[in-house]
Design a protein around this ligand. Structure first.
Ligand code: DGI
Ligand code: FE
Ligand code: FE
Ligand code: FE
Length: 187
């Protein structure tokens, strides 16, 4: 599957603004992959499909979580966290994409996880820094992202945790696991 084929497959599943975000994540992910010696084709395909399940009805995502191997604890957290894991499942089932590394990068793109792979980090960070994003503190993260992949991910993860805490939101364990593992990794 080449880039054009993959984009054509994902397009009908997304709104225009989300499709435009996807293209920017793809471009950013390829640049990060080139910078850090990560497989560019895997970064491209994972980026294209990372938000594949973003617009599935909440009830459908809930059913996929209940009826498959997906972690049941997701059901106790915000449904915004479901589209990554459900997306990985559906990209495998509906698109027939079986690359485990790509599927895991899609699965964990929102929360991160402990001991993220380089491909996980590229997708997690590209989703955070793509040029259409506007978060407080983003310019600093953008700058670090091209100097040190772990440091960039750590800053993105730290910002997300701080933001959620400032809003008194529950934080999913994997989000903390990502933050803790990255904190131990940077010096
Ligand atoms: O799908 P996107 O909008 O491109 O981005 P995303 O998949 O990274 O989702 C980002 C949202 O997920 C953002 O609003 C922060 C939220 N989020 C990330 N980790 C957690 C979380 N929300 C809660 N409640 N708990 C988390 O641990
Ligand atoms: Fe997402
Ligand atoms: Fe993200
Ligand atoms: Fe995204």
């Amino acid at each position: 599957m080449n880039r054009e084929e993959a984009l054509a497959i994902v397009k009908p599943h997304l709104k225009q603004e989300r499709y435009d975000h996807t293209v920017r994540v793809m471009e950013t992910a390829i640049q990060l992959a080139q910078t850090y010696g990560v497989d560019e084709e895997k970064a491209e395909i994972a980026a294209i499909f990372h938000d594949y399940a973003k617009y599935r009805p909440i009830t459908e995502m809930k059913r996929w979580i209940e009826s498959t191997y997906l972690p049941k604890d997701l059901l106790h957290y915000h449904h915004e966290l479901w589209h990554g894991p459900v997306g990985a499942l559906l990209v495998e089932r509906e698109i027939g994409l079986h690359d485990k590394e790509v599927l895991e990068a899609i699965h964990y793109h929102t929360t991160g996880r402990a001991h993220m792979t380089p491909l996980d980090k590229v997708i997690f960070l590209a989703d955070y820094i793509e040029p259409g994003r506007k978060f407080p503190g983003l310019e600093e993260v953008r700058k670090s992202s091209w100097e040190d992949l772990d440091y960039g991910c750590w800053m993105a993860s730290k910002n997300t945790v701080s933001f959620l805490m400032s809003k008194s939101q529950p934080i999913y364990p994997e989000t903390f696991h990502a933050y803790n593992a990255l904190t131990n990794k940077i010096k």
